[in-house]
Design a protein around this ligand. Structure first.
Ligand code: ADP
Ligand code: MG
Length: 373
């Protein structure tokens, strides 16, 4: 099956022959490893969360994240191999998150993967974290149609793409300021709900009335596919300043429900607008925020009503995981894209590397920061 030539490198690293692929993810606050079998099915998907390390600070502390990855990565990889009943020698390739993410955190995963691939003499492929999230939709449903619209909603990203049949992604719109997940996290912090905020608001909002407290919804112009969540955050801040403390539990639940509803309605409205504007009939919604129960419910209802095919990955593939990284890497290996044992990390957002082979973005090209390892 797939054979991947990797150029002038060490001869042991030149070819990818079909077989188990190890994925490694360490871009933020989860150390994750997963193994995909010969046919791409997920044999294991292990995630070690650093929540206990960061929650007392109300957010991710980059230096602590890197140290925690260093202390856990070998254990997590061993666990993933054991669970998959695969030995290191059975592996045929390694896929690792190259960026975007925290520099120190990425360095741990990339260096670990480089050492392992060199020792085993197998190809190493660097994966864009967003490309990983996008791949999660096809991991859950390999038959999901292309072209389609993809909404990536996570702690660091709120990006709308058009994904073509060949896997290339065209950026249609993105947030101008905070990401949707960031808005959840910051809102939760203001409401005293701790970190990570998304799941906390999701839980609490079920007991609240989303209409009780109105929040602003960013639309800009009618067909705009850009997002903004900073005004929403400021609105919550001012509402809280005008309320007598301590707040009653019902008041916090209403605020959480209204705040969540504003995020959800904007995400759904823009995602469906992108589908219409692109004259397509399929949308995949991926990333940590796609775990939100209200977003899933509203999307499912609207997609059904408007006869749009919807892919919402199962929960274990929504938040950061390594199965999606292994899957994105495997797709590229199968397409014969080049591998390299000399990977750089790129901590900054790097939309242009999304398709590996092609580079198309619309108006949001960002500076790519690379660092040699
Ligand atoms: P990253 O931004 O590092 O790629 P993830 O894809 O794991 O991170 O997404 C993490 C984000 O998803 C966090 O901001 C978190 O609050 C948010 N999130 C997770 N679960 C939910 C949920 N049920 N509702 C809303 N947001 C959620
Ligand atoms: Mg992520």
């Amino acid at each position: 099956m797939g054979i991947c030539s990797v150029g002038q490198e060490d001869s042991r690293q030149r070819l990818w022959t079909s077989g188990p692929v190890l994925g490694i993810e360490s871009s933020c606050d989860e150390t994750a490893a997963a193994v995909l079998g010969c046919d791409g099915t997920v044999l294991s998907n292990v995630v070690s969360s650093q929540q206990d390390v960061h929650e007392k600070f109300g957010g991710v502390v980059p230096e602590l994240a890197a140290r925690a990855h260093l202390g856990t990565i070998d254990r997590v990889v061993t666990h993933a191999l054991t669970e998959a009943q695969v030995t290191k020698r059975d592996l045929r390739a390694i896929a690792v998150t190259q960026g975007p993410g925290l520099a120190g955190a990425l360095l741990v995963g990339v260096n670990y993967a480089k050492a392992l691939s060199y020792g085993l003499g197998i190809p190493l492929i660097g994966v864009n974290h967003l490309q990983g999230h996008i791949a999660s939709a096809w991991l859950a449903d390999p038959t999901f149609p292309l072209p389609c619209i993809v909404l990536v909603v996570s702690g660091g990203h709120t990006h709308l793409y058009r994904r073509e049949t060949n896997g290339e992604c065209l950026l249609l719109g993105r947030t101008r300021d905070d990401a949707a997940g960031e808005a959840f996290d910051k809102g939760a912090q203001m409401l005293g709900l701790g970190y990570p905020g998304g799941p906390a608001i999701d839980r609490l909002a079920r007991a609240g009335d989303p209409q009780a407290v109105p929040f602003p919804r960013f639309h800009q112009t009618r067909n705009s596919l850009e997002f903004s969540f900073s005004g929403l955050k400021t609105s919550l801040l001012y509402k809280l300043r005008g309320m007598a403390v301590p707040l009653k539990p019902e008041q916090i639940a209403d605020l959480a429900a209204g705040y969540q509803e504003a995020i959800v309605q904007v995400l759904v409205m823009k995602a469906l607008s992108a589908v219409k504007q692109a004259k397509l009939s399929a949308i995949a919604v991926v990333g940590g925020v796609s775990a939100n129960s209200r977003l899933r419910a509203v999307l499912s209802e609207r997609a059904e009503r408007e006869r749009i095919q919807l892919s919402l990955p199962p929960m274990e593939f929504c938040t950061d995981n390594a199965a999606m990284i292994a899957s994105a890497g495997r797709q590229r290996l199968m397409r014969g894209e080049p591998c390299s044992s000399d990977l750089d990390i790129y901590p900054m957002d790097s939309s242009m590397t999304l398709s590996g082979s092609a580079t198309i973005t619309k108006g949001f090209m960002e500076k790519k920061e690379t660092r040699h390892l």
